[in-house]
Design a protein around this ligand. Structure first.
Ligand code: V47
Ligand code: SF4
Length: 402
């Protein structure tokens, strides 16, 4: 056992020997210590009863067993074909623009290729494409777009669209999910981002995302994609009108599919932000709740390799803290403005960091920064990297003690 793990194990042992700790929490800590899966009821119990310190200890133990101090990021850029959407998800700032289309944009393939070409001299490895749903963005449009990007820059990884778009465009084209995903693969799609998952349970999904693909359909499209030998991510939009049992149900369904396919790479909890949408009256979750949620995700999803914090949404400070609560990945070096979040009131009005800034942010909490590609192959290990203008920088502080 290396030093990092010996330290984490001794923190876990302190919990196991704590005579004052609730016996259910001791039992859950025992499962984690013995590498056993926790149950649905355990998940609910953690949300209801566990303290932040307890959750951090368990989640950090798992995080460091899997990855040590390694903390991953990638260099990508986001493209949003349109910010107008015919669906009416109550948490989203896009759909209200359907009535005021003059305030929105609807890009053509040429418009999007101009954006792609703007990154020609930049060392990005991935383009992340996601936006609203409109009828002109159909199977032929996206097939053309993926082919044109691949013709222009074959090595650029295309991570694009979610089951929300795929369900809509395949239905419109009258083709099955299987046929549709095969066509997307042939056009150049490399992987699927995790969006559109929201909360799977119909009690919540019907209220906040009525009309778009169901939880079952979302999971089915990912399963088909995994069966084609490809990878994808998963998200959960939390902190609005859902109850803890809906969050645990969501993670349970992801864990079950992951047992079957192993195709998910990363789980990304997305904190609900309340600006500019139909749920502005709903209070946002606290930072403590966000950290607890990261930790419980890490503990529950034992078969997911990575837990990602999307820093433009939660801000840099919480992203740094999250690295002690189960998170091992911070998305990305995004030097483009991703409007879906700035419209919803994200922490970062301009969600852009240079690689150097992101590396420093990770090092400042004692972690080991690694640039990865979309599939988690190491691109550059930044632990001992020095920038020419940066000789004075030796930024280390220790991790918050949990
Ligand atoms: O599905 C929309 C969310 C998602 C709000 O896979 C909101 O690497 C909070 O999935 N407050 C799309 N969230 C973005 C997404 C994503 C982001 C980063 C990385 C990856 C990845 C995927 O954004 C939507 C929805 O759940 N969203 N509105 C809001 N007001
Ligand atoms: Fe459209 Fe997606 Fe926004 Fe829902 S969350 S309104 S599907 S862009």
């Amino acid at each position: 056992m290396n030093n990092i793990m010996a330290d984490q194990k001794s923190k876990l042992n302190r919990i196991l020997k704590d005579k004052n700790l609730d016996s259910n929490l001791v039992a859950i800590a025992n499962k984690v210590s013995n590498n056993q899966r926790i149950s649905f009821e355990d998940g609910l119990y953690l949300y209801a009863k566990a303290s932040l310190g307890y959750l951090g200890t368990l989640a950090n133990y798992i995080r460091e067993s899997k990855h040590g101090n390694n903390t991953y990021f990638n260099r990508n850029f986001h493209m949003e074909p349109t910010n107008v959407c015919l669906y009416t998800c109550t948490f989203c700032s896009y759909s209200r623009l359907i009535k005021k289309r003059d305030e929105g944009w609807e890009y053509t393939i040429d418009d999007m290729m101009d954006i792609v070409k703007g990154y020609d001299d930049k060392p990005v490895t991935e383009v992340h494409i996601v936006g609203g749903v409109l009828p002109q963005y159909d199977v032929p449009f996206y097939s053309d777009l993926f082919k044109t990007i691949k013709n222009h820059r074959p090595e650029l990884h295309i991570k694009a669209l979610t089951p929300v778009e795929y369900h809509y465009i395949f239905k419109k084209a009258k083709i099955s999910y299987e046929e549709g995903m095969k066509q997307m693969l042939e056009a150049g799609l490399d992987s699927m981002p995790g969006g559109g998952a929201e909360i799977f349970h119909p009690e919540i999904r019907d209220q906040i995302a009525g009309g778009k693909c169901s939880g079952e359909q979302w999971l089915r499209i990912h399963e088909i994609w995994h069966d084609l030998g490809k990878r994808s991510n998963a998200t959960m939009l939390y902190g609005h009108i859902e109850e803890y049992r809906h969050r645990v149900d969501h993670m349970e369904q992801l864990r079950t599919l992951q047992d079957k396919t192993g195709g998910f790479q990363t789980f990304i909890p997305l904190k609900f932000r309340n600006k500019g949408n139909e749920m502005s009256h709903v209070e946002e979750s606290t930072v403590v709740e966000d950290l607890k949620n990261y930790a419980i995700s890490r503990i529950y999803l034992d078969n997911f390799d990575h837990i990602k914090a999307y820093w433009p949404m939660i801000g840099r400070d919480t992203a740094q803290l999250s690295l002690a609560f189960g998170v091992d990945d911070i998305d990305g070096t995004i030097d483009d403005t991703t409007k879906i979040y700035t419209m919803a009131g994200s922490e970062e009005q301009n969600p852009s960091l240079s690689t150097k800034e992101l590396v420093q942010l990770i090092k400042l909490v004692g972690r080991h920064p690694i640039e990865r590609d979309t599939l988690y192959n190491v691109v550059t290990d930044y632990m001992d990297h020095e920038w020419e203008d940066d000789k004075h920088y030796r930024g280390y502080v220790s991790l918050p003690v949990v």
